[in-house]
Write a protein that binds this ligand. Sequence first.
Ligand SMILES: [Zn+2]
Length: 499
Amino acid sequence: MNNISDLIKELVKYGKDKGLVDKEDEVYTINRLIELFNENEYAPSEDEVEFREIHLILEDMLAFAVEKGLVKDTIANKDIFDTKIMGMLTPPPSYVRKEFKERYDKDPKDATDYYYHFSRATNYIRDDRIAKDEKWTSETEFGLMDITINLSKPEKDPKDIAAQGAMKKSGYPACLLCRENEGYAGHLAHPARNNHRIIPITLCGEAYNLQYSPYVYYNEHCIIFNDKHTPMKIDRDAFAKIIDFVRQFPHYTAGSNADLPIVGGSILSHDHFQGGGYEFAMVRAPYEREFKIKDFPNVHAGTIKWPLSTIRLQSSSAEDIVDAADLILKAWRGYTDEDAFIYAETDGTPHNTITPIARMRGDLYELDLVLRNNITTEEFPAGVYHPHQEYHHIKRENIGLIEVMGLAVLPARLKKEMSVLEQAILNGEDLSAKPETESHKEWAEGWIKKYDDINADNIHRIVQNEIADVFSHVLEDAGVYKRTEEGISAFKRFTDMFE
Ligand SMILES: [Zn+2]
């Protein structure tokens, strides 16, 4: 089926079925699409056809557009063009917001369900690419961890990279999170967002917006971003805002990356939080040692059984839990314990911060405060509380919010490396012989001994479990207090300040 009229007919049928195209806008939408394809006529076959998955319809449309010379045959150019197609099916922001609001007033979950399905229907979330990610869960000392090998971002085409290099950098939109991305056509150095719609929300009286992450690392992975392009900061306001968010969306969690390099996220320049409708391993971590906060008898506090050093607060009072978190943050920012190798600052550079995560637990507000420190030394130039050298063959990137909660996002290269490694182990090959296995040799030889029988049926699962084991160790590396007798008593020295 390569007749463009038939493809337009199929696409518009898809749009009507998914609630994107109103019956009244059908002819209008068809005319926008024939305009885009530089056609004067619309003459589809009379036959009724079922529509296919959206990426299949778009692939055929792209093939037509490439043949007709409307678009260059590279991934980046085609992404811009197929987003433009979808933009013609996507209702304007005012419509989506009204729909969201009406549903929200009855049931917040119904509103986010609608908006999540909408964001997938418009192909803003590219389901066919997300499906390429390899995901699994493995039991570890800290419960069932989630692991993802991220394969959904397409490899860059060298022609696109060259064309991008020649482009002048524009300041509009200022970044990938800015509200000005809504409906933006994009170019080779900035993703197309014709099909993107955002939902304005208010947190503690300040204007924010809700959107889903186009990469959905987990179910309903959402981003809550400041209406203004302003740097992120962890302070009392940040705690108050994520608590306000879970009050308004009690079925979602919301957290923030820390606000210092190494222990923070990738976009520190635009204030934002991340949340979603997923139960992370951290949620299931129990209290390990409870303590009292003298000034806040209404707040239940304790450390939890988790590889990163975490204080969990619970309270029925939003104000008390936020104030208690602020007390702990202020204490931590200025806290030095040389015996535990914790320095609030060196040469005037601050090192201590917190990764906070908020959720509702029944009727109680819950706030996990993960203590972070970004000091580096000669021995650990990438960070003392950062994945150590011995694990860099699996994970060398920062431990950000998502990982803190128990979901590893691992680089694409691992997929190939692990499959070569599995084959090499089965064949009894020397692991230093191939570039894909060389860096994994020491690690693999360490666990091969543990198993009586490694065969073609179980090797993949064994490798998955061993990767999860590495993940729990890199989280321990990122923990400022180790889970040893010494570490536990050093952690207690800090929490004793509040009793
Ligand atoms: Zn921005």
